[in-house]
Design a protein. Structure first.
Length: 292
């Protein structure tokens, strides 16, 4: 079961959220036929979006993370609702790169460093709130920490990881965000930094010990209180009605031409690959509705 757990620690000076998301990332891998490198790039971004989306206070809000560093994988996009349910895609899902010299997947090489991480929050206003920062490494976690500090002035530490099994399925996936409240004591900051530096590899913890062990290692020596636990999943909100709305934006004359030629059109959802087909009769009906 994928879930996000939130906690407070350090006399209320530390907020921490942890996600375990193996099933979510595996679902994305299956939908998009991802290679191991693409699974790691998209999986990390999905975990980040889910964590940040679940932090939103607006019930109907949504949050989008877009990463484009000029690398061969192209843009990496993840969208979360305010409950942490998430969906996403990469432009080049078939890209795979050799492992790095340390044996890890080369996400930074796939994403690149010459570009931006952009976060868009839609909270029901006329325009979404959009913030962005230059990429630091293309590894996603460092880039997200940089974004939170530079764009939102929140000192944060972020860890994200995807462990791909030998058969290319997802063995473990997840992440954490630790945020410090203003005026947190310096000794508290130093302790957190030491704990994170010496903690085991995130995906190893999730695969072998579970989500609770992430709290125990990151907050070692600190009292903490669990505030909430939320189940999350890969969830797409596409529907035939929504796709029909998009088709209705096509020029009326073009719709009529396609209908007259007896052509069907098929539209695929970029998030879940669901395909919606519209017959000539349906296209003509959409064109007629544009007259009214």
């Amino acid at each position: 079961m994928d879930k996000i757990i939130r906690a407070l620690a350090g006399d209320g000076n530390i907020k921490m959220s942890v996600i375990t998301a193996r099933d979510t990332v595996e679902r994305a891998r299956q939908i998009h036929s991802l290679t191991p490198t693409a699974s790691a790039a998209l999986g990390r971004t999905l975990c980040a979006a889910s964590l940040m989306g679940e932090m939103m206070k607006e019930d109907d809000g949504s949050l989008t993370i877009r990463v484009n560093g000029g690398g061969p994988i192209g843009s990496v996009v993840a969208v979360s609702d305010s409950s942490g349910n998430v969906r996403g895609y990469v432009e080049n899902p078939g890209l795979d790169l050799p492992l790095r010299s340390d044996g890890k997947l080369d996400v930074g090489g796939a994403v690149g460093q010459d570009g931006m991480l952009t976060v868009s929050r839609d909270i029901g206003l006329r325009e979404p709130y959009i913030g962005s920062t230059e990429l630091v490494s293309g590894e996603i976690a460092e880039d997200l920490s940089s974004y939170l500090l530079s764009s939102e002035q929140i000192p944060s530490a972020c860890g994200l990881g995807v462990l791909v099994d030998t058969d290319r399925t997802i063995k473990a996936a997840g992440g954490f965000i630790v945020q410090l409240l203003p005026f947190a004591p310096e000794e508290l900051i130093e302790k957190l930094e030491d704990n994170i530096f010496f903690m085991d590899q995130l995906t190893t913890i999730l695969a072998e010990d579970g989500i609770e062990e992430v709290f125990r290692q990151v907050l070692k020596g600190l009292d903490y209180q669990i505030l909430s636990e939320t189940e999350v999943e890969y969830r797409c909100y596409c529907s035939r009605e929504r796709v029909e709305e998009a088709v209705s934006c096509i020029e009326k004359a073009e719709l009529e031409d396609m209908a007259a030629e007896g052509r069907e059109i098929s539209v695929s959802c970029q998030f879940c690959d669901a395909e919606y087909t519209f017959t000539p009769q349906e296209l003509r009906a959409i064109a007629d509705a544009k007259r009214e």
